[in-house]
Design a binder for this molecule. Sequence first.
Ligand SMILES: O=C(CO)[C@@H](O)[C@H](O)COP(=O)(O)O
Length: 218
Amino acid sequence: MTKIAPSILSADFAKLGEEIKEVEQAGADYIHVDVMDGHFVPNITIGPLIADAIKPITNLPLDVHLMIENPDAYIPQFAKSASIITVHQEACVHLHRTLQLIRSHGVKPGVVINPGTSAEAIKPVLTEVDLVLLMTVNPGFGGQSFIKEVVPKVAQIASWREEMGLSFEIEIDGGVNEETAPVCTENGADVLVAGSAIFNQRDRKAAIDVIRKSAEKQ
Ligand SMILES: O=C(CO)[C@@H](O)[C@H](O)COP(=O)(O)O
């Protein structure tokens, strides 16, 4: 079954705990936590204190997406609450070492690439990851439109996964909704991150169900 990871970037931060419990009860698989530093991306969001506060209120894994410069400096702090930590290829000077650092803290490592980065840039580290996150928007903000030119990269990564006998998950993030979900899963995506398509709807269960149903109607 396609996994759905609601991005809390689009949640109401004044009642974040309730928002998270609601999507958990609505059938979410991961809680996607977007960490932005105002340097790597032009927005500032969540720090480790918020991730620590969220952790005890949900049984779902925290899927922490670091959109920050020098992620190595913050991985030990986020490792206290995260089940998965993803880092951007574009932000890592020593990507292989950073992925190993995440694993050394008992957390699943994942690598992310922006729409403008080629799949080849992460091929050498595919053996090191539990998750590959392909951005279908330029990172920084929720509510942007899905960049369909990324779709061939999904198929490319899925085909390398098969050829190399690996089992990492492929996650898609940005502009995911019931219209864009099918092309993601048809090309090999396992996990769909959705922010505005879930939190902008009053009925979160209906919103999650509609995305999952459209993703699986192949
Ligand atoms: O990482 C990001 C944006 O940088 C995403 O997780 C967005 O938060 C997804 O929001 P929608 O495009 O689904 O509204």
